[in-house]
Structure formats: structure tokens, C-alpha cells
Design a protein around this ligand. Sequence first.
Ligand code: C2E
Ligand code: CA
Ligand code: CA
Length: 632
Amino acid sequence: MLKAFGFRKTPHFLASAFLSCIGVLLLVAGINFARGEVDNLVQQQASGLAHTWSMQVAGNAPQLPELLATPRGNSHPLGSLGTTAPSSPILGFRIYDLNGDLRVSVDQEGTPTAAPNPGYSTQVTLPIISGGKNIGTIASDVDTSAIHTLLMNAALKIGAIFSIAICILLSMSLMARISLRQEALRNTNRVMQHNAMTGMPNQRAFLEMLSLSHSQEIAQHTTTNLFLLNLDRFAHINERMGKTVGDMLLRLVAERLRLACGNAVVSTHISADTFGIIADEKTGKRMHKTLQQVFSQPFNFGQNVVRLSASIGAATSTAGHHSSEQLHRNAELALRAAKTNGGHQLITYDSDTVVKFQEIDRVATVVEDACQNNDFELHYQPVVDSTTRKLNSFEALIRLTTSDGETIGPDKFIPIAERIGRIEEIGLWTLREACRTVAGLPRHISMAVNLSVQQFNSGNLVSEVGKILKETRVDPGRIELEVTEGIMIGDADPVFDQLTELQGLGVKIALDDFGTGYSSLNYLWRFNFDKLKIDQAFIRASDHNSKARALLAKIVEVGRMLDMKITAEGIETEDHAVRAAELGCDYSQGYLFGKAIPQTSLASVVISEFAEYIRLQTGGQAKAGTDQAVTV
Ligand code: C2E
Ligand code: CA
Ligand code: CA
């Protein structure tokens, strides 16, 4: 396929035609030049011949001086010298005395005086010297046609050979120039169509190849498979290890791709850390595996060992079903989906997947904007003592409302914030905000804050929490951090270590949503949780399922045994509340006691709660909502 993108053939035939013209012109010019030269030569030759002939005539005619000295009268006919008749190339001769009178005239026997070809005959006149004196002149007619023909033929041959030689030399030099130009053009073309760093075809070449593949696909009813591959967290690697290392990694990736994909496939380097692979139906099938294998081994160079992963978007078109632009867009959407879904995976385009990931993308953008503009808000859900139903604490629950007024629930945006790496800053913001809030509430009220598993990855969670506690001057004992069973995935030890350190700061640790997920009792003894929060689904199931109810009782028992406090979540009905209390749950949380409320409504809840508390304490004397009850 690459050949099709080579340099277009230079019209050599134009150069040949040009050279032929030059050759003909040279030949014509050569002939004209040769003709002039030949004429000169012929003239010289003729005068030489005439001279020899004149000498011979004069030498063989001793009576000539006398004849010429005798004045010519009318009675004197033309003289005869009695010499042999001239032979070719001398056509004849005439001798004149000093008066210019013709005294002797001899012609070739049977040959008219006029030369057969007047163009090639010449008359040469020479003085006749006798005894050191000029006694007359001799004019000899020389036939130069034979010499002319001979010389002309020779000149033509030499001229032809010469012009052919010049043509050959010229053509060689011209071809060399053309080749050099072609080479230069090829080089320019190569530079323009290739990525300078990896030497792979660049975006421009990629788009051309894609459109060519599309044309082939239509013409031959074949399939084009397009893969767009983007390295995960490459910007981060560049930042951490430097651009030189980043460039080196890109070269290594390109090399591996070239080797793994082979020649049947077009591998291109589209932009910074994105590569494009165009494959036909057969090779496309194995590409899924091949591309993922490219990253299975770490990249080693010098002292560095770097593990890379890639997000891959794949799209297919058969017999021109999609235009090349559409195919490209589909692969881009699939790539975006792979990225949004956490990277390190291949997603093949189909409309459902794309709709799903477009929504994820949309929410991701909303989250990014909210982080920039500080658009998050905390709501607080009350948690009560199961027996007394007195307010014990609040759970801080994050809220996000878009500029269009759309509310996006944390169930939806928290996992996306985790994927796009924003959860750490959101989590710390939540903690700071919740600490500030609880610092303004009566001292017996505490605050629960949810932590995402990813917040344990950075390694500085403990110090950040410590800073926030100091900054907000809240009593750490009033803060409870909730983690879910998700922390048990993979290597839980580093998480447990950090949880221990957090407990060391004085905060409490609760295991949230217990009864769902893994529900392994294994880790209950591995870490000393302060509290167990039984998931609302469990409470709900116990409504109509006696086994769930029995299990619930056992969970509470286990919690007690391990010295943990128990909270029942999702208490929506009086039945739930009674059951939770009867089972021995310490605390209850649910819509029965109140939904999460904004901070502005917090004061009134706390005041009425406190007034109720005072009322109970004073045997029903105090009135709810009195100002003296609490300072919030
Ligand atoms: P969660 O930690 O289990 O929080 C309790 C969720 O159950 C809240 O939903 C709450 O509104 C809801 N809920 C409480 N009582 C009832 C009830 O009686 N019936 C029903 N049907 N629901 C009840 P929300 O606020 O939508 O939060 C959902 C989840 O989002 C939370 O579950 C928590 O996992 C997560 N989340 C909320 N805020 C944060 C946060 O600041 N950070 C992190 N990492 N996660 C958060
Ligand atoms: Ca929670
Ligand atoms: Ca929960």
C-alpha cells in the first residue's frame, strides 16, 4: 500500500523530446558550420591543385615566355603549347599576357569548359614568373565536386558523431540533474510525509492512506480496519522523566509497532502520542491482540524501565459503508471511550458504546468545569441514635449542579472524577468543607466524609488530612472517614497502613456499604474499623426475606464482637427504624430521619434537634427552636 504513496514519475519523455530537438539543432548547426569549413578547405585544395597544374604547364612549355612576349595581333591566333590535355580535377586553363589578352586556351578533351556542377568548380588565377619577372597569368578551372563530396561526407560523419556525442553527454547531464531533482523532491516529500522523530508516516500521509484504502475498499469490496492508539498518561511521563526520555519512548513504541504489525499493515505516527494503524480484513483480526501485546513488556533503555499502556479505538468499514472521514471519526470516538473508561483497553466503535461514552465524556467535562469554577456543594444527611433517635452526626454528600440547572448525582460523577484523575482534589475539598461545617456545630455532633479508594494512591492522603484538621481546628475525634470494600481490591496493605495512620491522627474509620460487594469477613479482622455501615439494600431485603433478616442480625453480632459501632443505612420506614434498633444497630440513617440538606438548612435542623434534646432533658419544659438552645 505504501508504494501507492511514492513520488509520481517525472515525465522523462519530455526530457527525451527536448534532447532530440537539441540534437537536431546541433546537427543543423554542425552541418552549416562544416559546410563553411569544407568550402574553405576545398578552396585551398583547389588553389593547391591549380598551382601544381600551372607549374606543370609552365615547366613543360619553354616557348611560353616568348609567346607571351610577342604582342598579339589580330593575325595571331590563340597559341598552342602542345602540352597534354588537362585531366580531372583540372577542367581546363587559359593563359593571358600582361595586356590581359587571352593567348592560350585548353580544355579537357570532350569536356565543356563550364564545369558540370558550377557550384563545385572554381577558377584559380596565378601569375607566370619567368626570369624573376611576371610575364602573364594562368587561370585554371578546377573541378572541386569530388573533393567537396569527400570532405562533406567526412564532415557530416564527424558532425553526426559529434552531435550524437554531445546529445549523449547532454542527456546524461540532464538525466543526472533530473535524478537529483527527483531525489530532492523525494526527500522533501519524505520529510513532509513522515514524522521526524519516529520516521513513521505522519498525519498527512495517514489521511492519504486512509482515503486510498477507502477507494480500494469500494473498488474491491474489502474491509478497512482502523486503529487509533494513544499512550496513557504520556504527558505525565514527559513531565516526570523529561522530554528526552519521552521522545525515546515514542521511538521505542514506534519500533515495536512496526515490528509487531509487519508490512501488511500501515503504521503511522499521527501526532505527539497517537499512532494510527490501517489494516485489511485479514490482518485487522489479529491486530486486536497484537496491539495489546505491544505494551505487555516494559520498555528498557539505559537505566530506565518504563511500563506503558495504551488506549485503542477501533473502527471498521466494509465496501465503502463509511466514508474515510466517518471511519476516522468513529475510531476517534472509540479511542475517547477507551480513554474515558480508564485507558489501557481497546474499544471497538458501535453506536451504543459511543452514546454511553459520550455521556461519560459530557459528565467529565462538567466535572472539569466544576473543579475550575468551584461549583461543587455539600449536603448533609443526618444520622441518629437508633434508640433515642437523637441527632448523632451528619454524612457529607457532594452535589453537582450544572450551569443549566441539571443536577448530576455523585453515583454518576464520582466514578468519572476517579477516571479523569480529579477525585483527589474533589475529596480534599469535601473534607475541608465538611470539617469547616462541623467545626461550627455543637461538639456532640460529628461528621462523616466519604473517601474514594483512589485517594489512597497518591501516598499523601494522611498528610493532607492532617493539614486540613489543623487548618480547620476541628477535633479529629468528630471526623469519621468512610471507605468502601473497594479498598480490598488488589494490594490492600498500603491502604490499611494509611488507614492506621489516619486513625493515629484521631479520626475514625468506617466501612461503608457493608453487605454488598465482596462482603468478605476476611478483612474485618485485618483492620480495626471503628464502624460498620450496613448497606441500605441489605436493610431493604430484610423487609421480606427472613434469611436476609437473620444475616443482618449476625452481621450486627460480628460487628459487636469486633468492637465496632453499627450504622443501618436506608432507613425509610418506621419498620426499618424499629428493626434496626431491635437488632442492636447503634445508629440509623435514612429518609425517615431526613434527606441530605444544604448547609443553609443545617442550622435549623441542629437547633430544633438541640431544643428537642433540651426539652427531653428538662422534662418537656423547654420549647423547640429557642435561641438559647445552641450556638451554631
Ligand atoms: P453512600 O456513601 O452510601 O451515601 C448514601 C447515599 O444513600 C446517598 O446518596 C444518600 O442520599 C442515599 N440515601 C440515604 N438515605 C437513603 C434512604 O433512606 N433511601 C435511599 N434510597 N437512599 C438514601 P447520594 O448522595 O446520591 O450518594 C451516593 C453515593 O455517592 C454515596 O453513597 C457515596 O458512595 C458517593 N458519594 C457521595 N458524596 C461523596 C463524596 O463526597 N466523596 C466520595 N468519594 N463519594 C461520595
Ligand atoms: Ca457513605
Ligand atoms: Ca453507604
